[in-house]
Design a protein around this ligand. Structure first.
Ligand code: NAP
Length: 493
């Protein structure tokens, strides 16, 4: 079975919803949004472990054109993000384009038809003119291949497949991983588990979370006077932007600021964790910002509880009923929680096989020639393809900044293609090279290149050791580029 919509968007998270709104704005209304899950919301639909909340203030972590006056806290709980996604999809009338429970297998450019051939797992094919991959970065759960993991006979749960009916009360629980997810989950598990052992491989930088409920009168004010909320957004945007620019992007010039934040985090850990050995083991030995730092007021204090312990020795193997460490210790457990994150570079670059003009395979091309995408979104020899979670696309400030820059980019370039009445639009090789050179030049100033990140094991770095995930510029620069890149950087045919 074959159908030919004007555009196919893969992914119904905030990226896909934003892309659909952008297409709508330029008049492309014949579109299909494919989503492998059974509902919209992406990460905020999939993740529902206890403690889940945003870790960027909600005023900033939302579409600027759709402020939400209903956030209950400065750092809203995950369920509110899911509701917000539903609200936006309904208000902008894009839910009607969504098809759930469908996975894309591959996409191949058909030179003769000048369209994409998108193969789905149900055996059908879509042949859109435009293909937009909005598959996110953190969408393929990582299950570690620790020896013996398949022999474990107790309950095993990955944080992305949370079982709300499982009762942790009194259980002997191990959690593997100490990333942002684990930092939110550990204090919750510590409340009920009989014993909780945290298996840490790499410590994470943690800073205090200045969070509070947003009082009803303030929410009322935000609803009546959106300008007031915009003003607050301006404040939270600016604080985050300054931290990002000074602490991460211009580390070479401004590293005393970065070191200052690291000292604060060290002080916070020192006053929070009572046991000296645990405190020392929780200390990161790489620069602040190499890896995504996180916020929590409870994480460190959890280790003071009698039922919680840290295991930093490394895992030798998992057995049917326990975990053996590299130091020869054995921890008996009946429940294993995998807070082991996501396969990024292996599974999301790209999220499905994409073959462009002249048989260029996107994944192979990236691996053979460096990860690259013009303005983080388009690649030469891939006409009419926009990959929203591309190399150098991610703005460290908030994923919504990334999405909104991409929406502006899409509106400009597709608007131009429609105005000219062309079948295809494709970024020029030299524009792509220019952008790549600029990103690499800027990376030299960042903590990723100028700092000490050797032991961070950060997903910001690809297998070649290059930090090609974040766009190493301010968001002001990203927005400027989105609004002002020369339309002639694309070829229209
Ligand atoms: P993550 O940051 O990738 O952390 C995964 C953890 O699992 C790491 O501690 C990692 O250790 C460990 N791990 C993986 N494989 C292992 C193995 N074989 N043996 C031992 N340990 C292993 O994943 P995440 O915590 O799910 O967070 C991912 C990202 O999602 C965050 O950086 C953040 O951007 C986002 N996030 C956001 C929020 C929010 O906004 N509220 C909440 C959660 C997550 P190593 O570090 O040694 O690899």
């Amino acid at each position: 079975m074959e159908s030919s919509p004007e555009a196919v968007i893969v992914g119904a998270g905030f990226g896909g919803i934003g892309a659909a709104i952008a297409l709508h704005r330029v008049g492309i209304k014949d579109l299909v949004i494919l989503e492998r899950e059974d509902d919209l919301g992406g990460t905020w639909h999939v993740n529902h472990y206890p403690g889940l909340a945003v870790d960027i203030p909600s005023t900033t972590y939302s579409y600027s054109f759709e402020p939400n006056p209903n956030w209950s806290r400065l750092f809203a709980p995950g369920a509110e993000l899911k509701r917000y996604a539903e609200h936006v999809a309904d208000k902008y009338n894009v839910r009607r384009f969504m098809r759930f429970g469908v996975s894309v297998q591959s996409a191949r450019w058909d030179e003769e038809q000048q369209r994409w051939r998108v193969a789905l797992d149900d055996g059908s094919t879509l042949t859109p003119r435009y293909l937009l991959a909005a598959t996110g970065f953190l969408s393929q759960p990582h299950t570690p291949d620790i020896p013996g993991i398949t022999d474990f006979s107790g309950k095993i749960v990955h944080t992305t497949a949370w079982d709300p009916d499982y009762d942790f009360t009194g259980r002997r629980v191990a959690i593997i991983g100490t990333g942002a997810t684990a930092v939110q989950l550990i204090p919750e598990l510590a409340k009920t588990a009989g014993e909780l052992t945290v298996f840490q491989r790499t410590p994470i930088w943690v800073v205090p979370k200045i969070d509070f409920p947003i009082p009803a009168p303030v929410r009322g004010l935000f609803a009546r006077l959106p300008l007031a909320q915009r003003a607050v957004r301006q404040v939270t945007d600016t604080i985050y932007e300054v931290i990002m620019i000074a602490g991460v992007l211009h580390f070479r010039q401004l590293n005393p600021l970065n070191r200052g934040v690291a000292q604060l985090a060290n002080l916070f850990r020192s006053v929070s964790v009572r046991d000296r050995k645990t405190r020392a083991e929780l200390a990161p030995d790489y620069d602040f910002g190499c890896k995504r730092p996180t916020y929590s007021n409870e994480y460190y204090r959890s280790f003071n509880k009698p039922n919680v312990s840290l295991q930093a020795a490394g895992i030798e193997r998992i057995t049917a009923d326990g975990i053996e460490t590299l130091h020869g210790q054995r921890v008996d457990i009946d429940t294993l929680v995998l807070a082991t994150g996501f396969d990024l570079w292996d599974a999301n670059f790209p999220a499905f096989e994409i073959i462009g003009r002249k048989g260029r395979n996107l994944g192979k091309w990236w691996r053979d020639n460096r990860f690259q995408a013009y303005q983080g979104i388009s690649m030469p020899l891939f006409p009419n393809l926009f990959n929203l979670a591309g190399p150098y696309s991610y703005s460290g400030l908030s994923y919504f900044t990334t999405i909104e820059c991409e929406m502006i980019h899409l509106q400009r370039v597709l608007g131009e293609a429609l105005r000219r009445g062309t079948d295809t639009v494709e970024v020029n090789e030299d524009a792509n090279q220019r952008f790549l050179d600029e990103m690499q030049r800027r990376l030299d100033d960042t903590v990723f290149n100028a700092g000490d990140c050797a032991t961070a094991r950060s997903y910001y770095f690809n297998h070649a050791g290059e930090a090609t995930l974040l766009r190493p510029t301010s968001t002001a620069n990203a927005f400027h580029d989105a609004r002002a890149f020369p339309l002639t950087d694309y070829r229209y045919a």
